[in-house]
Design a protein around this ligand. Structure first.
Ligand SMILES: O=c1[nH]c(=O)c2[nH]c(=O)[nH]c2[nH]1
Length: 355
């Protein structure tokens, strides 16, 4: 395509969003000798009046620009970067809020505080999208060490990574109805929670036709990497009242609809219910177990509106050793040696919401 053609092409900016991805932060909060740590990977993206394109491009050169400039240079000169909060600044703000936010230990609260600051601080930013991925750091359990209140057991300042699963929080702070009408949309969940059970799973009565080779089984391995998302009802966020727009009165909006918004409690119950249903269910299929998990999660958490699970069915094939005179494949419930199959896997997902 020639330059002339690309210059003349009429286009419209359908959507634009930008910011910083993978901002890695570890925060230590000290209550005397009793320390807390959180490690987050933060993505902070902004939307608003961020169109950098020149409003009207003049090629007739009546704008006080040197007559020797060509059309291309002129266009670069008047590109409107004045609407751009640099992604470097977005990263700096993320670290600053990690330093000063009283809400930093709870990813939902931190994400809401960060998103609120972006839309409150910059008049032309109408929406902030914050994703916080929390990595596990669990207190090393020791019998003789516990907090002053005696609530939590474990070492005062030593932690270990007790799982690769992450807590994933996605927040949208929407100021499009005005800076005094901030709405927060919060979705939380879990990713990469790897589980396996060696019995208590069957699969039968599925469609049998000319494409079917799978045998019905009353006993099989069930393994998945849980991906869970649960959505809260939207929350009203009071606009910051201070000059620097850093206020975030969490207590106020927790009571805004007359209920307490317990993000930490929901997260603990969601992980527990997922693990318990997985372990205890006599699974008729991944689909059936998924539905039970989601129903129980909704039943236990009044503030949750909908639940989405996405569960790969990781296959394990009994190794056929009949060629060396060893029986390992029949009956299936007696199989002992399996080949884990990395691909393909099944993939079962569903969203369950309140009626
Ligand atoms: O629990 C299962 N659900 C399926 O839809 C399916 N399909 C399949 O081949 N195995 C399984 N297992």
């Amino acid at each position: 395509m020639s330059n002339e053609t690309s210059n003349e092409l009429k286009t419209t900016l359908q959507a634009a969003r930008y910011g910083k991805d993978k901002v890695r932060v570890l925060r230590v909060v000290r209550e005397g000798a009793w320390h807390h740590v959180v490690e987050y990977n933060v993505t902070a993206l902004l939307e608003g009046d961020i169109d950098v394109r020149p409003r009207a491009v003049s090629t007739s050169n009546n704008m006080g620009v040197s007559p020797y400039m060509d059309t291309k240079t002129l266009a670069i000169c008047i590109i409107n970067n004045s609407v751009v909060v640099a992604t470097d600044s977005i990263k700096n703000i993320t670290y600053y809020l990690a330093k000063i936010s009283p809400h930093v230990l709870v990813p939902e609260h931190f994400a809401l505080h960060l998103g609120t600051h972006f839309v409150a601080r910059y008049a032309h930013i109408h929406k902030a999208f914050i994703t916080v991925e929390q990595l596990r750091w669990t207190r090393i359990p020791l019998n003789n060490t516990q907090s002053d209140e005696g609530k939590e057991k474990g070492h005062t300042h030593s932690f270990y990574r007790d799982g690769d699963d992450k807590r994933i929080v996605k927040v949208e702070v929407d100021a499009s109805k005005g800076k005094d009408h901030l709405i927060g949309h919060v979705t939380s969940g879990i990713s990469d929670l790897l589980v396996l059970k060696s019995t208590g799973s069957s699969f039968s009565n599925f469609v049998r036709d000319e494409y079917t080779t799978l045998a019905e089984v009353s006993d099989r391995i069930f393994s998945t990497a849980v991906d869970l998302q649960y959505a809260f009802a939207p929350v009203r966020i009071p606009a910051p009242a201070d000059a620097k727009q850093l206020d975030f009165p969490l207590g106020d909006f927790m009571k805004a609809d007359g209920s307490v918004w317990d993000a930490v409690g929901v997260a603990e119950r969601a992980r527990r219910v997922t693990l318990e249903v997985f372990a205890e269910d006599e699974s008729a299929s991944v689909q059936a177990t998924l539905y039970k998990m989601a129903q129980l999660l909704l039943a236990q958490n009044a503030g949750v509106q909908s639940v989405t699970y996405s569960l790969p069915n990781k296959h394990f094939i009994p190794v056929d050793m009949r060629y060396i005179g060893v029986e390992n494949v029949t009956p299936p419930e007696k199989a002992e040696v399996f080949m884990p199959i990395s691909a393909p896997s099944g993939l079962i997902s569903a969203t369950i919401s309140r009626k």
